[in-house]
Design a protein around this ligand. Structure first.
Ligand code: FE2
Length: 340
């Protein structure tokens, strides 16, 4: 390397910020120069206004460019662009092919969730997320026939489990609640929003730490208090009643957060602390969250099948909530295992 090249690399290291390549998903061209890292050196891999599609991005991932680099001055432009993308898909959700629209909306929503986790006090990002989640709820409520397909499409997008889990849990929740025929649309909407935002308190721990097998004592403590932190972040900022905030506060009624995030340890089922009495709403929000946690892989364990996750649900609730357990099983049977 020449002295000039070395200087250039050094200067790039001060100017570039790493971002996930998924920030280029759903764009048709690059809004700025995109750099990659090869053999420890920054390289321009896509010039500004380069054409991008799924194949281009797939090829980059195959070349180890899952993390890309953008100039720090362009960072906010990229976020703004994707947020406008989300805004426009959200507004036109009911127009066009529902699977394609839904797939794009949940992908962009999950991307915006990552922006929200990195800046949870940003009102614009939170409001955009709230409005988009509300529209998504109405869209899904009207179209139970596309839930299975959207679930499969979403799994394919391979989002980080921290961002994927609330979406999956809420998708299951809307189906179960609708199938119960007990709740009005407005009630389903409030519970959907509750379920989607319940883990926002997890944003207090940097994302990379969730990829570690074990957390430090301090981080474990922060993680344990995430339901309460979620309330602190959301209270007064989005429309949720005290009853819905209480659902958030208690959404780990089955989980001790010891062995695996959000997945309960069934060997401790006899302990009184995990057998607390709770309303149907909290139970169902917790259970769909447990299922979503199990079917999303962790760096230290692979994903459980949807079918196997229902076995755990059986162990958790079939004694105390037999009717609700049947409702959940019937829902998954009729929607997700129809063809098996
Ligand atoms: Fe949680």
């Amino acid at each position: 390397m020449t002295a000039f090249d070395a200087l250039k690399q050094n200067s790039l290291s001060f100017q570039l910020l790493p971002v996930s390549i998924r920030e280029l998903f759903f764009l048709s061209e690059t809004p700025c120069d995109i750099f990659g890292m090869s053999d420890g050196l920054y390289k321009l891999i896509l010039r500004k206004h380069s054409f991008v599609n799924a194949q281009v991005l797939k090829d980059l991932i195959a070349k180890n460019h899952s993390t890309i680099f953008v100039h720090q001055d362009m960072r906010n432009n990229l976020i703004e662009l994707q947020q406008n993308n989300l805004r426009s898909v959200t507004r036109s959700l009911s127009i066009g092919d529902p699977i394609e629209k839904g797939r794009k909306q949940i992908g962009l929503l999950t991307l915006n969730m990552s922006y929200l986790y990195s800046d949870p006090t940003n009102d614009d990002t939170l409001n955009l997320q709230y409005q988009s989640v509300k529209n998504l709820c109405a869209f899904l409520y009207e179209r139970p026939e596309i839930h299975e397909k959207l679930y499969k499409e979403f799994i394919k997008q391979k989002h980080h489990f921290i961002f994927a889990q609330p979406l999956l849990a809420s998708l299951f929740l809307i189906g179960v609640l609708k199938q119960s025929h007990v709740y009005s649309f407005k009630e389903v909407e409030s519970l959907f929003i509750t379920s989607y935002f319940k883990d926002i308190g997890m944003s207090v721990i940097p994302l990379e730490k969730y990829d570690q097998t074990t957390l430090s004592e301090d981080d474990t403590e922060l993680l344990r208090s995430h339901p309460h932190t979620s309330i602190q972040i959301l209270q007064g900022r989005i429309k949720l009643s005290p009853a819905h905030l209480a659902v958030i506060e208690n959404h780990h009624m089955f989980s001790l957060l010891t062995n695996d995030l959000h997945v309960p340890d069934t060997s401790k089922l006899d302990e009184k602390s995990v057998r607390m009495i709770s309303g149907f709403e909290t139970m169902i929000v917790s259970i769909t969250d447990v299922i979503a946690a199990m079917i999303t892989p962790r760096p230290y364990r692979s994903a459980t099948s949807l079918f196997d996750s229902l076995d755990l649900v059986k162990a958790l609730i079939s004694d105390d909530y037999p009717t609700e357990f049947r409702l959940i099983v019937n829902y998954f049977k009729s929607v997700f295992f129809r063809n098996n």
